[in-house]
Design a protein around this ligand. Structure first.
Ligand code: FAD
Ligand code: MLT
Ligand code: ZN
Length: 453
């Protein structure tokens, strides 16, 4: 360990307490990402317990020119949350307080380390809920989801994390604290700093607290699994349902191989014949019981070849497991190589065929698993069993861009896509982004390997 790190860690120990600085074998869970693909090492994981301790840690690191990686639940998918270049990890997991739900404003204040599940539980006690939700809810944190602008299962109705974010408290790379927690929904007083921090992936500041929008719970949920012969038909059906059902909250695309894998791995019985190639999990929420309406619209959809309707909450949970457990099931097959991309809706089906064909031709030894948030044009292409690591990346991203898509839909750029960002963003855009980075983090100590290569 270098002298500078030694001196800095001893100052940090004094500031936050010896017991909150973790080193050696105890750092194991903080240096490997959720997929197992990104493995780093760190001199220490530091766990400040307050905003002023976070600011103090950043001041000390800046003074000694030490790079840091902010970390929440470490569920990120693009290698941004782990210290791949020996950085110090600043874990936000001790910042866990949730304020009273503000039932007048429909807002809540939550610290960065609160998990999405804890946030949902707090909101539910007031008959409310948080608009962003996904399978990683038990570990993913408020800070991490803001840093990545996480999307998830309900974006088509409620938007991504940025749409839920009203205010933020953030420690810049200078150690200064920016407090924008007034909760004012309308506040056009110059540039929007919360919007800028959202999706900045820990490169501009360490988020310590947020003011978040909540939405009313709705009493009735209707959920169905629909089978199709083609992806085109599933994309078309999603569009029809969005028009017919204003309460449509989710439209999740799955393929039979993925559903089969989940059923095999978790010993579940498929509710439909998995001989059909394409499935759509749809869910609608409403205040009144709109079951008849839901069934009518679903059954009238062109292209549906079979339907399983959830008759009760247990069946609904089973349908959702088929979708939510894709990520875990694929991880069990092998370390996945993940591509999280968006396509214009009218190119989605064409892309799925082109990318499958490309992978099969270039890496016949590999398996491809695809699923996604079809209402948002967002596909998750996972490859397991790839020999060699990232030789397919460039060609797949070029394919996405040639179809006017985005190489990062909801997971972010992280370290995984940093070198491909110039494929997507112009020189002027990258200069503007670098300019912001140099103002917020003049010494480049915050996630130096993330977003910019
Ligand atoms: P981490 O993984 O710890 O960090 C992610 C990034 O944010 C890193 O760059 C890190 O440096 C930075 N960061 C973390 N905390 C802070 C902070 N307080 N301040 C500044 N920077 C910070 N994502 C989706 O968008 N949609 C999904 O549907 C979805 N489903 C998932 C399902 C599963 C089963 C899993 C495991 C993951 C899923 N993810 C999904 C990915 C992941 O959960 C999200 O990217 C999430 O936002 C990461 O939150 P985290 O707290 O784990 O952040
Ligand atoms: C999901 O939608 O389940 C996620 O974004 C995680 C993944 O891509 O595996
Ligand atoms: Zn997703």
């Amino acid at each position: 360990m270098s002298m500078a790190i030694d001196v800095a860690l001893s100052a940090i120990r004094q500031l936050i307490g010896d017991q909150h600085v973790v080193a050696g074998d105890d750092t194991a869970g903080f240096v490997v990402d959720w997929t197992g693909r990104y493995v780093g090492s760190t001199p220490a994981v530091v766990r400040p317990g307050t905003t002023s301790e976070v600011a103090g840690v950043i001041h000390i690191c800046r003074e000694h020119a030490i790079a840091v990686v902010p970390q929440g639940g470490n569920t990120g998918m693009v290698g941004g949350s782990v210290p791949l270049n020996g950085e110090i990890v600043v874990s936000l997991q001790r910042l866990t307080s949730i304020g009273e739900v503000d039932e007048l404003a429909l807002q809540v204040t939550a610290e960065a380390g609160v998990t999405i599940e804890q946030l949902q539980t707090a909101a539910a006690a007031s008959g409310l809920r948080y608009g962003v939700d996904f399978g990683g809810r038990g570990s993913a944190t408020v800070g991490g989801t803001i840093a990545t602008n996480a999307g998830g299962l309900n974006v088509l109705r409620h938007g991504m994390t940025r749409s839920q974010l009203i205010g933020i408290e953030v420690v810049l790379g200078t150690g200064e604290v920016i407090d924008l927690m007034s909760g004012l929904v309308k506040n056009n007083t110059g540039y929007s700093i919360p919007d800028m921090m959202c999706g900045s992936e820990g490169t501009l500041g360490v988020i310590t607290k947020a003011r978040l929008r909540l939405i009313p719970q709705q009493a009735f949920r209707h959920t169905a699994l629909l089978a199709f012969d083609t992806i085109e038909a599933a994309v078309e059906a999603t569009a029809r349902l969005r028009i017919a059902l204003p309460g449509l909250e989710a439209a999740e695309l799955m393929l039979s191989q993925g559903v089969q894998l989940v059923c095999d791995e978790f010993e579940l019985s498929p509710p439909l014949d998995l001989g059909f190639p394409v499935f759509l999990l749809v869910e609608s929420a409403s205040d009144d019981d709109a079951l008849d309406d839901f069934v009518q619209h679903v059954s009238e959809l062109a292209g549906v070849v079979d339907t399983a309707l959830a008759a009760d909450e247990r069946q609904r949970q089973l349908l959702w497991r088929l979708r939510d457990d894709h990520t875990t099931a694929i991880n069990r097959v092998g370390v996945p190589h993940k591509f999280d991309v968006t396509l214009p809706h009218d190119r989605l089906a064409e892309f799925t065929k082109a990318v499958q064909h490309h992978i099969a031709a270039s890496a016949p030894e590999a398996s491809t698993w695809m699923f996604g948030h079809v209402g948002d044009g967002n596909l998750h292409v996972n490859i397991t069993g790839l020999t060699g690591d990232d030789f397919l990346d460039r060609s797949i991203y070029e394919l996405v861009i040639s179809m006017n898509g985005s190489i990062s839909a909801e997971h972010g750029v992280g370290t995984a896509k940093a070198k491909y960002l110039p494929l997507q963003r112009s020189t002027a855009e990258l200069q503007l982004m670098r300019g912001l980075k140099s103002v917020c983090d003049p010494d480049g100590i915050l996630n130096p390997a993330v977003i910019f290569s």
